[in-house]
Design a protein around this ligand. Structure first.
Ligand SMILES: C[S@@+](CC[C@H](N)C(=O)[O-])C[C@H]1O[C@@H](n2cnc3c(N)ncnc32)[C@H](O)[C@@H]1O
Length: 271
């Protein structure tokens, strides 16, 4: 089942345990201190988008709501009939292209299978959608990550999250949340992450911040040696391949490393 059908089915079957039925307190408190009502705000994976409704009613008119499932967008339109149609975006977040000053996170990050590749892709996409010095603000779950890949929300820790965001963002606030809703108390991190100013050509490099070792680990996990060998045609992936021997080989041979990097980017772009 593809992502779109998966999420649509969850709405069709009313399996929306994440839905608070109202704006979450940490975001409400953050919105209440915003003064510039002209900012362009994106809420991706917005679900029923109580945050958008709150902002709209407060006079923020440049609010864009994006979700891969149609139902929650229709629900918002019913609640706010004059919400502009072009600000309701039914699309895969990773295919979306535009620029925003502020992007809001809530139970979106934790909905993707918790592998490094997805989390890195999320961080780079967020940075790509933000204007210079734009901000990603919201809450992330601070709960242990289990091996159960069916069990959302997928957790993580502050230390792990830092590794994804630090290459692209200044972490102004990234700490335990003090005003979570009762059933999420002590399980959330509040984040105000500001996009870093590009300092060099490096920051445009899609592989910036990703080590050869983590690239190989991701490929081994998701593709496996056989596919890697077929795609790259490098000897060290064929006979008794190990992470250690492949790393040693690739570190010595630039041509081979380049093949693997290109393959990694192709795989990542398909996900
Ligand atoms: C766990 S729900 C959270 C909804 C909302 N943020 C909330 O807290 O109530 C995740 C939402 O992300 C949407 N979603 C999942 N993958 C997506 C993608 N690739 N692009 C856009 N939306 C996506 C789902 O349809 C769902 O509405």
């Amino acid at each position: 089942m593809n992502e779109q059908s998966y999420w649509q089915e969850r709405y069709d079957e009313n399996r929306t345990g994440w839905d608070l039925g109202k704006i979450s307190e940490p975001l409400k408190e953050y919105f209440d201190q915003l003064t510039d009502k002209s900012v362009r705000i994106l809420i991706p994976g917005a679900g029923n988008a109580y945050e958008a409704e709150y902002l709209w009613n407060k006079g923020f008119k440049n609010v864009f709501v994006l979700d891969i499932a149609a139902t929650p967008l229709e629900n918002l339109k019913k609640r706010i009939p004059d919400f502009p149609k072009e600000q309701l975006i039914a699309q895969d977040f990773f295919k979306h292209k535009d620029t925003y000053d502020l992007i809001i996170e809530q139970t979106f990050f934790c909905s993707f299978p918790p592998v490094k590749m997805n989390r890195t892709k999320y961080a780079t996409k967020m940075a790509a959608l933000l204007s210079e010095r734009g901000k990603l603000v919201g809450v992330f779950f601070d709960i242990p990550l289990t091996d159960d890949v069916e069990k959302r929300p997928f957790g993580g820790s502050l230390r792990e999250y830092r590794t994804y965001f630090q290459p692209y963002f200044n972490l102004h606030v990234f700490e335990p949340c003090h005003n979570s809703m009762a059933d999420r108390m002590d399980q959330e991190i509040f984040a105000i992450l500001q996009k870093k100013k590009p300092v060099s050509k490096q920051s445009n490099n899609p592989l910036h911040g990703i080590t050869l070792k983590s690239m190989l680990e991701e490929l081994i996990l998701h593709q496996g040696w056989e596919k890697m060998a077929d795609a790259c045609r490098i000897n060290c992936f064929y006979s008794n391949p190990t992470l250690k021997s492949s790393l040693t080989f690739l570190r010595k041979h630039d041509w081979a490393r380049e093949k693997v990097e290109k393959y990694y980017l192709r795989v990542r772009n398909k996900m």
